[in-house]
Write a protein that binds this ligand. Structure first.
Ligand SMILES: [Zn+2]
Length: 126
């Protein structure tokens, strides 16, 4: 699961981030106070599951089986869906982050401007 939970010692906040690979994403900062002095929590997605039972459906293997991990767009849709479920915990810039990640995925170099697609709630999900 490419989602890690981070803790902010400054404001005692916690938030989740999509992480590709094992290194922290660039520009990682606390969505609440903006501190970059955040650290990855030991617990990961399991914490979300245990705390938020409503996320069980999202983490359900059946649902995950429908996720084409080779398709960045599919992952982005899933991630946005997850972000909605997470609400405040995901942070206000969750969708933006997902868009940015998707843009980087689709366009390796160059300036992948995420805003060009315009706002859309059509996740094509369900
Ligand atoms: Zn903070």
């Amino acid at each position: 699961m490419p989602i890690y939970e981070y803790l902010c010692p400054l404001c005692n906040g916690k938030f989740q981030r999509l992480v590709r690979g094992f290194s922290d994403p660039p520009g990682l900062a606390c969505p609440r106070c903006g501190s970059v002095e955040v650290r990855r929590a030991v617990s990961r997605f399991a914490t979300i599951k245990s705390e938020e039972s409503r996320l069980d459906a999202l983490a359900d293997p059946a649902m995950m089986s429908g996720l084409d991990e080779s398709d960045p767009r599919a992952i982005a849709r899933w991630a946005k869906k997850l972000g909605k479920e997470l609400g405040d915990e995901a942070g206000e810039d969750w969708d933006e982050m997902v868009d940015q990640m998707l843009a980087e995925e689709l366009d390796g170099d160059g300036e992948g401007k995420a805003g060009t697609q315009g706002p859309s709630d059509d996740l094509g999900w369900g």
